[in-house]
Each structure stands twice: as C-alpha cells, then as structure tokens.
Design a protein around this ligand. Sequence first.
Ligand code: AMP
Ligand code: ZN
Length: 114
Amino acid sequence: MEDCIFCKIIKGEIPSKKLYEDEFVYAFYDINPEAPVHFLVIPKEHVKSANDLNEKNMNVVSHIFKVINKLVVELGVSESGYRIVNNCGVDGGQTVNHMHFHVLGGRNLQWPPG
Ligand code: AMP
Ligand code: ZN
C-alpha cells in the first residue's frame, strides 16, 4: 500500500534489519527497541489492524506465531520468556497502520502496561 512504511520496508524501499522473510511474512528488528530483544513480525499483505482480519486473511496470524516460535529460539529467549503484543487502534497505541506483532524479551517485563 502506498505511503505505508511497513509496506515500503517489505519492498526494500526503507532499510530494515531483517530477521526472517518468506512468501507471507517479514520479520525485522524494531528501530526503537523497548527490550534487549524487540522485533516485529508483519504480514506481507497490507492488513491495517487486527480489526481487519477476516476468514480470507487470518491464516497469516497462525503463520506469524509459527515464525515467532522459531525466532525466539534463535534469539535465545524461548526459555527465559517473552511477550507478544499487538496494538490495535488509537487507544491500543497503534502508530503504524499495518498490523504487526511485537516480540519483546531479554529482560523482566512489567505488567500491566501503561
Ligand atoms: P505500534 O506503536 O504498535 O504501532 O508500533 C510501531 C513500531 O514500529 C514502534 O515500536 C516503532 O519503533 C516501530 N517502527 C517504526 N518505524 C520503523 C522502522 N522504519 N523500522 C523498524 N521499526 C519501526
Ligand atoms: Zn502496509
């Protein structure tokens, strides 16, 4: 989608530190990490937010979790623990309108979030 920074990252028009890519998803380090391990996993198809998941596109969510499963092992946080976050909409704190899953680990995360 035009003017979407994550679509531009997928196309290579904006640089990113890629962790993983396949036909359906792209994973890369967050530019402003909130934890020693902080990466994002996004569908290659532009889906604006979790609100826009439907019968046709929601298979990508299970694929994203499969990719997360692999990456947390590679990055050494599968045993210590981590948090998967999806911010949806304004009150959810979503700032980039291309659905993404944050994965944070490598430190003891607090709860509840602010
Ligand atoms: P959210 O607030 O849930 O929409 O998260 C958006 C995330 O995207 C933030 O954690 C940003 O630091 C991150 N972000 C924004 N631009 C980039 C970029 N060019 N490369 C990597 N991460 C980015
Ligand atoms: Zn997009």
